[in-house]
Design a binder for this molecule. Structure first.
Ligand SMILES: Cc1ncc(COP(=O)(O)O)c(C=O)c1O
Length: 484
């Protein structure tokens, strides 16, 4: 126990003040990890308990937070409430509409994939955030030691048991382990979604979707000649279950398609009690749920949120995911926990593409088995959270007043609402000429909503190039807002 000499700070307070000064001077930046307790103790020649006391003091001051098994981190600033997106006001029930975004979307994505464009378009992680070296090693080892795999694929041998075991093992982190015989391994999440839609719909059917909703989901509806019924989606709490309840009361809806954990583009998270209500409501009305949980492991809060699937008592939820946002988009490895639709989805998979590459399945199984995967996820979550925050700060610095933005609770994208009357398609044209690509807001709607919105990818570590791009975009947005 230290005793205070009058007028003199205790050693733990001195250390707390020193670290606090580094945080205020942004030498230690929001989201960054503080040096470990052991290192601080060695460097400052203080006991472990004094260092811990200093860190607790900073925790009480709200400057740092402890994360289990990871250490102490500089807290992210609390979001500026004045700039938060406003929930959509209640409007008359939407009508199902045919989707027609494909050709424009293709053009936007082709432009945003060009290497000379600042990478604000497709929601993709930077390669330096991915475990590339480990995957390279695993491809070598698995290829050399399991030659039989190179002759093993067929149209009917779909799942590698080692991978299924790992997928089931990891599903324990979100509530309940999935049954092994529910699983179908797919080529990506997009394929998983496509198989599910084809299993439960016919051309001309209506599918309930979020609004705004991920553009590739809309594109799938277009390709399968399905209509979209856009359900209001709260910027923080996701798809409105009340609105879904009303919309499905007397209208035939063939399926409900949603991202309950960190919707793309809003980053919203449906609360558990609403997930449960959603699962029960759709089961009672015999409307299958297709849930996309590709961002579920990318939570910024301490706990991995449960998906709607965890509240599914009757096999009514088809749960889709992939490793594209966490391990590598190039693996093209996804899966469905298909519930009561398993046989139909297996059949669709057989007829569409047959088995997913068995070498990749085993590589991923080995990776998911290792402790490296869990460590990687922990680091990746921190990186995305920091990048989203840095992007959000830059938008607040450079965009015109009247701009509002999402406050994602996970994932890697930011949704920006420009002042009323601004046209993000006009902004896109100008931005592309300046070497910047993003995705205009109306591509997230089947009915042409969100013309004054845009989505920014935050998958890249912050850099002077990104700062310049956001500054330039902000200037262009201000010009467009002024002429609106
Ligand atoms: C919600 C959502 N689902 C699916 C995908 C596509 O995943 P995959 O590359 O595995 O097809 C994305 C990519 O951005 C996404 O945001």
């Amino acid at each position: 126990m230290e005793f205070r000499e009058p007028g003199r700070a205790l050693r733990y307070e001195q250390l707390a003040d020193e670290l606090s000064g580094m945080i205020a001077g942004r030498i230690l930046r929001p989201g960054e990890r503080l040096p470990s307790v052991r290192r601080l103790s060695q460097e400052k020649k203080l006991s472990i308990s004094t260092v811990l006391q200093a860190l607790r003091e900073l925790e009480e001051r709200g400057q740092v937070e402890a994360r289990p098994q990871s250490g102490f981190f500089v807290r992210l600033p609390s979001p500026n409430r004045n700039l938060e997106l406003k929930p959509q006001t209640r409007h008359a029930l939407a009508r199902p509409v045919a989707v027609n975004i494909s050709s424009r979307l293709e053009g936007v994505l082709a432009l945003s994939n060009r290497s000379e464009m600042a990478p604000l378009g497709a929601a993709l992680p930077a390669i330096e955030l991915l475990p590339v070296a480990q995957l390279q090693r695993l491809y070598g080892t698995v290829g050399r030691s399991s030659a039989a795999l190179l002759g093993a694929a067929s149209h009917t041998t779909l799942n590698h048991p080692d991978l299924v075991r790992q997928l089931v093992r990891h599903s324990l982190t979100w509530g309940q382990a999935q049954a092994v015989d529910e699983m179908v391994v797919t080529n990506s999440c997009t394929e998983a979604l496509s198989l599910c839609l084809r299993a439960v719909t016919q051309p001309g059917d209506t599918v309930a979707v979020e609004s705004p909703s991920y553009y590739l989901m809309l594109q799938l509806l277009q390709q399968l000649k399905l209509k979209a019924l856009e359900i209001p989606t709260h910027p923080r709490h996701g798809m409105s279950v009340d609105a879904l309840e009303m919309a499905t009361r007397d209208r035939r809806v063939a399926a409900c398609l949603l991202v309950s954990n960190f919707n793309n583009p809003l980053g919203s998270l449906v609360p558990d009690h609403e997930k449960k209500r959603l699962a029960e409501l759709m089961a009672a009305r015999q409307i299958p749920i297709i849930e996309d949980d590709i961002f579920g492991n990318l939570h910024f809060g301490p706990d991995r949120p449960w998906p709607v699937k965890s509240f599914d008592a009757s096999g009514n939820v088809m749960y889709c995911s992939s490793l594209s946002k966490t391990v590598s988009p190039s693996l093209r490895l996804g899966y469905v926990a298909a519930g009561r639709f398993h046989a139909e989805i297996m059949m669709q998979k057989t007829l569409t593409s047959g088995a997913t590459n068995p070498v990749t399945q085993v590589v991923v199984a080995r990776y998911l088995e290792s402790t490296a995967y869990v460590r990687h996820l922990r680091g990746l979550r921190r990186a995305y959270e920091k990048q989203v925050m840095q992007m959000s700060e830059a938008v607040q610095r450079y965009f015109p007043s009247g701009t509002r933005l999402s406050q994602p609770q996970g994932g890697l994208v930011l949704w920006v609402e420009l002042p009323v009357g601004s046209d993000s398609t006009a902004l896109f044209e100008e931005a592309v000429s300046a070497g910047i690509a993003f995705v205009p807001g109306d591509l997230f709607s089947a009915s042409g909503k969100y013309r004054n919105c845009l989505r920014l990818n935050c998958g890249n570590p912050w850099s002077p190039r990104l700062e310049e791009a956001i500054k330039c975009l902000g200037l262009l947005a201000a010009k467009i807002a002024a002429s609106a």
